[in-house]
Design a protein around this ligand. Structure first.
Ligand code: NAD
Length: 294
């Protein structure tokens, strides 16, 4: 069994991006600029945004963190996005999800200019992805593809089982793995909360992508020997081992499943770090697109 090590792969990708950014700066150009908008004080969202902003600094990007109270009017948020859309010195905009209930996530996503939608959630970008056209691929599935590529894992002909059908992870992941590309060319089964005989389906999988949001949901008896296991889940569970009183765990029972898998991503230290790489690569692409226009 080999661990798919997000720390190693993300470090490698970040160094590559930084080299490219240094070249632009040497040529007298400005740095790529990402704006991150955080609404409210959800601890997990705060931590995700903080690590995105920190990564920007590491790779030479400029970043701006915009914070609003949880009770902010939807209108104010939309106006801020519209102002960022119009600002030529901003390349990428991300609004950390989930948003408070009184704000429409769909409206927010649709307000972000598709050219700056580095999370790849805008319907126009999701449509392009479905058609295999150049676009921003949602950061988590993109990060997983980068991870598979880095380890030289050839997925062609595999049966991939994706558990979870969200618009940001499960659905785009299933589409990307079925594309005529490498990584890709898988036969994909997408499973969800209404799937019957999930265990039997998983037992047929050469690769399982778990994006459910339930700690230790995928157990060893659901996994075929030699399968590749990609654990997207980030679950906070109470723990007496940490000062904070909680720890992060994935959707996969890592200890037991790693004894059967050929490759497995740990949580933390796996897909989460790759998601940030996907976001940074999208921001670099948005910057390059913007530079080519002006
Ligand atoms: P979501 O809640 O939108 O979707 C969860 C999916 O799981 C749903 O499609 C649902 O049908 C499915 N599901 C629920 N119960 C099930 C069951 N019993 N059997 C089969 N399927 C079931 O979640 P999401 O936004 O896709 O996130 C999933 C997990 O991934 C969460 O833990 C989230 O925190 C994590 N996440 C991690 C990253 C990362 O960078 N690592 C990025 C995004 C999300």
């Amino acid at each position: 069994m080999e661990i798919l090590n997000g720390k190693v792969v993300s470090q490698h990708i970040k160094e590559e991006i930084k080299k490219e950014v240094d070249q632009y700066k040497l040529a007298g150009k400005r740095a790529p600029h990402l704006v991150a908008i955080l609404v409210g004080d959800d601890p997990a969202s705060q931590a995700y945004v903080a690590s995105k902003v920190k990564t920007c600094g590491e790779i030479g990007f400029e970043s701006t963190l915009v914070r609003y109270e949880a009770d902010i009017e939807e209108k104010i948020l939309l106006e801020k996005i519209i102002a960022c859309n119009a600002d030529k010195d901003i390349d990428g905009i991300l609004v950390q999800l989930p948003l408070p209930k009184h704000i429409s996530e769909n409206k927010v996503i649709e307000t972000i200019s598709p050219a700056k939608d580095v999370d790849g959630f805008h319907p126009s970008n999701q449509g392009k992805m479905m058609l295999g056209l150049p676009t921003f691929i949602p950061a988590t599935p993109y990060g997983i593809l980068l991870m598979l590529q880095h380890y030289g894992i050839k997925t062609s002909g595999m049966h991939a089982v994706v558990i979870g059908r969200s618009n940001i992870v499960g659905t785009p992941m299933s589409l990307l793995l079925s594309r005529n590309a490498e990584p890709g060319n898988c036969t994909v089964t997408i499973c969800h909360s209404k799937t019957k005989n999930l265990k039997e389906i998983c037992l047929q999988a050469d690769m399982v992508v778990a994006a459910i949001g339930k700690a230790n949901f995928v157990t060893a008896d659901m996994v075929k020997p030699g399968a590749i296991i990609i654990d997207v889940g980030i679950n906070r569970i109470t723990s007496t081992e940490t000062k904070s009183g909680y720890k992060l765990t994935g959707d996969v029972d890592f200890t037991a499943v790693s004894e059967k898998a050929s490759y497995i991503t740990p949580v933390p230290g796996g897909v989460g770090l790759m998601t940030i790489c996907g976001l940074m690569k999208n921001t670099l692409l948005a910057y390059q697109n913007q530079c080519n226009k002006s």
